[in-house]
Every structure is written in structure tokens, then in C-alpha cells.
Design a protein around this ligand. Structure first.
Ligand code: WT7
Length: 659
């Protein structure tokens, strides 16, 4: 055994045992936030200390009050402040760094595009003029159904410039899902693309968008970005506008940024909940943008001369806050990659880090688990020494994956921030501050300064250190959702009811996550406690999947649960009762899987469809999902004594094992 591998074994053993890591000295020396009195400062001067976040932005008119909490839970932040998000993310950087790259885009085929702040400014203005020419006015919702092309952030910022909220729909969602979101948001405008590349193949996207538009209640204007060039199969229809033509028609145009109130809607983002209908989460201009900028500064440690990379998709909230709004508000260079991490080779990400001298990498545990499985030989091929900070988001990270990331990507010299947050929170809530706190692999850390979170039992009382309970947030924060679009009632019902116990004077926010808290206040998030699944970091509602399945002719009843999955975190398991006379064939299984893909998209594809004569139900008729999860995981079964039909679980068990 060579000395080197002996050292490696030793290191491995040390890492295995170690459960506390101090931030590296080299990082501390330059970090944006290093003074731990910041926690106290926020506590003593709350909510006033939040001005710190707002001060990272340019305001046309300063706010009168930091927080108006007179109408709980309809909080307002930076009351009467006025600003424009595009002005903050683009215009204000022109003087100092107009020539600096704002967006470095890398296409899957290897082509690259750089947009300096000057160029981004020009494109955003031209497209904003183009949108106006289509009759789009302030407060009109514009849907975007786009993959990772630079025209997506350009379109988002153009909307922000004219005060038209955007509603971005993940490109992997189906035509039905697009239509549902456009109808729910009363959106009569769509920006989309002809297609995009996956593993070298040109994928048609436009026909999916067209199928979706067929189901939209009102006539919609459609603007199509030409991504595929000659690889696109069909020409645009008469009523479809070509993005480049529109830009050319408005070449050199400038559009004055519209003055928006701090509380005016910046965008809507649809996400899954317990019921079949996605929730339209409303985020605002002042509070959200301040929060995205502040967390980018304090947690991601972003400086203007960084080259920062978040590998998420802009179709999810992570991309909104930490590819587009946060990084650009701070005037840095943000990297956008169109493709998958293993094409053309499994070192694609490391090649990009090496080539662009990426300084921060923010990714998801599901990706880290894949890197781990592929092996360290791929990162080892490249010089990753430009990296100074690593981040993860989207699901719990197990300590083994954390340590692999720390060692093989960060070379033990980058702090890792494990950031817990949600679509609804707008930005990070629970995470260590990389320039202050030590790290405990697997635990996200304490709540951010000014964020008040706790873990409580079902009565709403704090649990003992080490025990599991429900995560709650006790105080409002600037990045919080303001409501669910045109549905205040559901907003209150979904998030604020649970612990609004009459003798408590405050409502609390209930994120629907289970967690445990250590004696030192570090919080380990355990996962959802509602019927929401987390598949590869993608949030999916079991009810949405179930309603797709029961829509298939021949299906009588269905229950969907998440089973443990080594790579995906969770995988979709569908238990299906067929109607009398329906054969339980593989072809029928395929039909069910196809129906889920049509209703939601390939991300919701069931891992297994299990035909069963019955579902385990309580005497009151409630499906006991926990037991179905146990069966999927081949775990020992939990308590079956409350079942109306205790024998059914064994029947299903043998089916699953036999399948
Ligand atoms: C759910 C929110 C936040 C942007 C991406 C997902 C889970 C998120 C963590 C983390 C453990 C996490 C939670 C949360 N989650 N981050 N660091 N550790 N779990 O946003 O689609 O709204 O999903 O993701 O269960 O509730 P989302």
C-alpha cells in the first residue's frame, strides 16, 4: 500500500467519525458575514434589523415601515417602498461593471454564450418593448414554459421591468400541467421555445406547448424562442411570434423601469400541495428581492467578481432566487447550464467548474448521490481549486454524501451550506452562516439571523432536544409568500391554521416538514409530513398523481406513496385497484404510467404500479399510507390494529415481493 492511499484510508476513517467541521480559515478571512453578533442584533432589533436586507437594493422611494403586521397573516414588508426588480438586477450595475459577464450560458452541445451586463440590459429592454407591443401591461401575468436557455432570465427580467408578473412552468411538466397553471393564473401570454437538447438529441417542446394552449380557456399570445435552428421540425403558425423577430423589431429600444410598490407581485410560482390543485405562490417585489439578495450575500457569500453556479433549473424556485434574482441583484456572474451532468461524460460539471473558475457551487443531494456513485475519478480529472463554497438544497443530505462532497469536490477547504427552505419561503431559512458557524453533516443548522423556527409536538409545545416533531416558523420574514393567487382562504388554511391555538397571540407558519432539534439549536429536517413527495428534489403531490391514475378507464381506486430510493431520495409507488373485468396486465400498467406522464410529466413517473384487491383503510375509511410506504420499503409493518381489513397488507406485501 502506498503512503498516499494509507493517508487516504486514515482520512476516510477520520471523516467517517467526525461530526463537526469548522469553516476553513481561508474562507473566514474573506467572508461577507463573519461577526456572530449578527444573531443578537437581529433578535434585539427585530424587525428593524431586516433593513439590512433592503439596503442591498436601490429604492426609488424608501420604505416608511419595515413591517406591517396589523392584518396577520397578511404581512407587508418595507411598506410604501418603491423599486423595480430589473433596475436592481441589471441597470444599476452598468456603470461599474457593464463589461462584466452577467450570464455565462453553456449549451448542451458545447456552445457557449456570454451576456455582459450591457448586453443583458439591451436584451431586457428590447424584449420589454416587444412585450409591450403585444399589449402586455403592468400586472398582466405572463406564463413562461422554457428550459434552461438565456432567453428565460431575459424574459423574466423584461416582465419585471414593465411590472408584469411572470409564472414560469418547468419545461419538464406536461401540456396539461401548463394549461392548468395558465388557467389558474389567468395568463393570456406565453413565452416558450421550439425545443431543446437532451443528451445530444433535439427534443420538440413546441408541440407540447401547443397542446397545452388548446386547453387554455382564453386566447393567448405566444412568443417562441428558436433554440433548435434547422433541427426544428415545424415552422411557426401564423399567430405565433418569433422571439428574434420581435427583438429585431425593437432593436435599440429602451423601456423605463416601471415603479413598483414593495408589495406588488413580482411573480407566481406553482407548487404541489396536499390537494390535487397546485398552489400559486405569490412573491413580491420588495420583500422577495431583498431576501434573495441578502441570503445570496450572507449564505452563498456572493461578491460581484465571483463566478457563481447554481445547477438547478430556473423552472423551480431555486433557480428563480439563486440563478436569477439573488446573484444578479448583487451584480455577480451567474452560470447557466442547459444540459445534464453526465453528458457527454460524467465529468461535465467539473469541466465547467475548471474552465470558468467557478467560485461557488450550489446543487442538490440527489446530484451529489449520483456523483458519488460515478466515483471520484471524474472530479479528480479537473482542477476545482477555484471553488470557495459549496451548497446543497432540496432534500435532506445524508452525512456520507455530505462528506463525499466536502472531500472530493471541496477538497476540505470549502464550507458547505445545507440550506432548508421552500417555494413558499422565497429564500433560505435554516442554514449555517459559512463565515461563522461550524457544520454538522446532515443537519441544516440554526435558523438564519432574524428567522425564528422551532420544532414542536402536536400540541404546539417545543420538543425535547433530540426528539422529532413538526417544524414551525414563529415570525414573518421578508421573502415569505404573501398569499396563494386569488385564494386567501386556502393560503390561511394551508399554512397558518394548524397551531393557531386560541390562547396564543400569534399565528405561526407551518411548512409541513418533520424535524429534530439538537441542544445547540441545530435543526435536522427529516422530510414532509403531508402527502407531498420529494423525488430527486422535485416536489410532487400524491393527490395530483392519484387523480391522474383514477382518470384511466378500468381503474377503480388508487393510492400513491413515496418509497425510499437510493438515488432519487423518494420514488413514486402507485397502488391500484382495478375495476371488475379489467385485466391486470403490463400493458395496463404502461397505460397508467403514460397517464401520469400526460397529467404531470416524466418526473412523476411511477417506479412501480402494484395491482391490489384492496387498500389498507382505517375503520373510518382513511387510507393508511404509512403502511403502504412500509410495504414499498420492505420495512417491518407499523401498527395494523386500527385497520378495518388487517389481512390486506399481507396480500399486498406478497404481491409487491412477487412483482
Ligand atoms: C421542500 C420544499 C427550497 C428549494 C427547493 C425545494 C425539502 C428543501 C431541504 C434541506 C431537507 C429540504 C423540504 C421542503 N427541503 N431543502 N436542505 N434539507 N429538506 O423547494 O419544491 O418548495 O420543496 O423540500 O421537505 O419542505 P420546494
Amino acid at each position: 500500500m502506498s503512503d498516499e492511499s494509507e493517508l487516504d484510508v486514515e482520512l476516510e476513517a477520520r471523516l467517517e467519525q467526525q461530526d463537526v467541521f469548522e469553516p476553513p480559515e481561508s474562507f473566514l478571512e474573506q467572508a461577507n458575514v463573519t461577526d456572530e453578533s449578527i444573531y443578537e442584533e437581529f433578535e434585539e432589533n427585530w424587525p428593524g434589523a431586516w433593513e439590512r436586507a433592503a439596503q442591498l437594493l436601490d429604492w426609488e422611494q424608501r420604505w416608511d415601515r419595515v413591517l406591517d403586521d396589523s392584518d396577520e397573516p397578511f404581512y407587508e414588508w418595507f411598506v410604501d417602498g418603491k423599486l423595480n426588480a430589473a433596475q436592481n438586477c441589471v441597470d444599476r450595475h452598468l456603470e461599474d461593471r457593464g463589461d462584466q459577464p452577467a450570464i455565462e450560458w453553456i449549451g448542451e452541445l458545447g456552445e457557449t454564450r456570454t451576456y455582459t451586463y450591457d448586453e443583458l440590459h439591451r436584451k431586457v429592454n428590447e424584449f420589454a418593448a416587444g412585450l409591450r407591443a403585444q399589449g402586455i401591461e403592468e400586472d398582466d401575468v405572463v406564463a413562461m414554459y422554457m428550459p434552461m436557455v438565456p432567453e428565460l432570465p431575459i424574459a423574466m427580467l423584461a416582465c419585471a421591468r414593465i411590472g408584469a408578473p411572470h409564472a414560469v412552468v418547468f419545461a419538464g411538466f406536461s401540456a396539461d400541467a401548463l394549461a392548468e397553471r395558465m388557467n389558474a393564473s389567468n395568463s393570456r401570454h406565453l413565452v416558450t421555445v421550439d425545443g431543446y437538447y437532451r443528451r445530444g438529441d433535439a427534443l420538440d417542446h413546441l408541440s407540447k406547448a401547443r397542446d397545452g394552449l388548446e386547453l387554455v380557456d382564453e386566447e393567448a399570445t405566444t412568443i417562441v424562442v428558436d433554440r433548435l435552428g434547422d433541427d426544428a421540425e415545424s415552422a411557426l403558425a401564423d399567430e405565433e411570434l418569433d422571439y428574434d423577430t420581435l427583438i429585431d423589431e425593437h432593436a435599440g429600444a429602451t423601456v423605463e423601469p416601471v415603479t413598483r410598490d414593495a408589495e406588488d407581485m413580482l411573480f407566481l410560482m406553482y407548487t404541489s400541495g396536499t390537494t390535487g390543485k397546485p398552489k400559486g405562490v405569490k412573491h413580491t417585489t420588495g420583500g422577495y428581492l431583498s431576501y434573495a439578495a441578502w441570503t445570496s450575500h450572507a449564505v452563498l457569500d456572493i461578491e460581484p467578481d465571483d463566478t457563481y453556479w447554481c445547477s438547478a433549473d430556473i423552472g423551480w424556485i431555486t433557480g428563480h432566487s439563486y440563478i436569477v434574482y439573488g446573484p444578479l441583484a448583487l451584480g455577480t456572474t451567474t452560470v447557466m447550464y442547459e444540459g445534464t451532468p453526465d453528458y457527454p461524460e460524467k465529468d461535465r460539471l467539473w469541466e465547467i467548474v475548471d474552465e470558468y473558475d467557478v467560485t461557488q457551487l450550489y446543487t442538490a443531494p440527489t446530484a451529489i448521490r449520483a456523483f458519488m456513485k460515478w466515483g471520484e475519478e471524474y472530479p479528480d480529472r479537473h482542477d476545482l481549486s477555484s471553488l470557495r463554497l459549496l451548497g446543497t438544497v432540496g432534500e435532506p443530505i445524508n452525512p456520507r454524501a455530505w462528506k463525499w462532497y466536502y472531500k472530493h469536490i471541496g477538497n476540505e477547504s470549502c464550507p458547505i451550506v445545507d440550506t432548508w427552505w421552500q417555494t413558499e419561503t422565497g429564500g433560505m431559512m435554516i442554514t449555517t452562516l459559512p463565515g461563522i458557524s461550524h457544520m454538522k453533516p446532515g443537519s441544516a443548522g440554526p435558523p438564519l439571523p432574524g428567522v425564528s423556527a422551532d420544532v414542536v409536538d402536536t400540541a404546539g409545545d417545543p420538543v425535547e432536544a433530540g426528539d422529532a416533531g413538526h417544524l414551525i416558523v414563529n415570525k414573518p420574514w421578508p421573502g415569505m409568500l404573501r398569499t396563494l393567487y386569488r385564494n386567501d382562504e386556502r393560503f390561511i388554511g394551508e399554512y397558518w391554521d394548524e397551531y393557531s391555538i386560541p390562547d396564543r397571540d400569534r399565528w405561526v407558519y407551518f411548512p409541513e416538514d418533520g424535524a429534530k432539534i439538537d441542544g445547540d439549536g441545530y435543526i435536522t429536517v427529516l422530510g414532509r409530513v403531508d402527502d407531498v413527495l420529494n423525488v430527486s428534489g422535485h416536489r410532487l403531490g400524491t393527490m395530483e398523481i392519484e387523480s391522474a391514475i383514477v382518470g384511466v378507464e378500468g381503474v377503480a381506486e388508487a393510492a400513491v406513496v413515496g418509497g425510499d430510493h437510493e438515488m432519487k431520495g423518494e420514488a413514486v409507488y402507485g397502488y391500484v385497484i382495478t375495476e371488475e373485468g379489467q385485466d391486470e396486465t403490463d400493458a395496463f400498467r404502461e397505460e397508467i404510467v403514460a397517464a401520469v406522464e400526460d397529467a404531470i410529466g416524466p418526473i412523476a413517473r411511477p417506479e412501480q404500479v402494484i395491482f391490489t384487491p384492496e387498500l389498507p383503510k382505517t375503520r373510518s375509511g382513511k387510507i393508511m399510507r404509512r403502511l403502504l410506504e412500509d410495504i414499498a420499503n420492505e420495512d417491518e409493518l407499523g401498527n395494523t390494529s386500527t385497520l378495518r381489513n388487517p389481512n390486506v397488507v399481507h396480500d399486498i406485501q406478497s404481491k409487491v415481493q412477487g412483482d
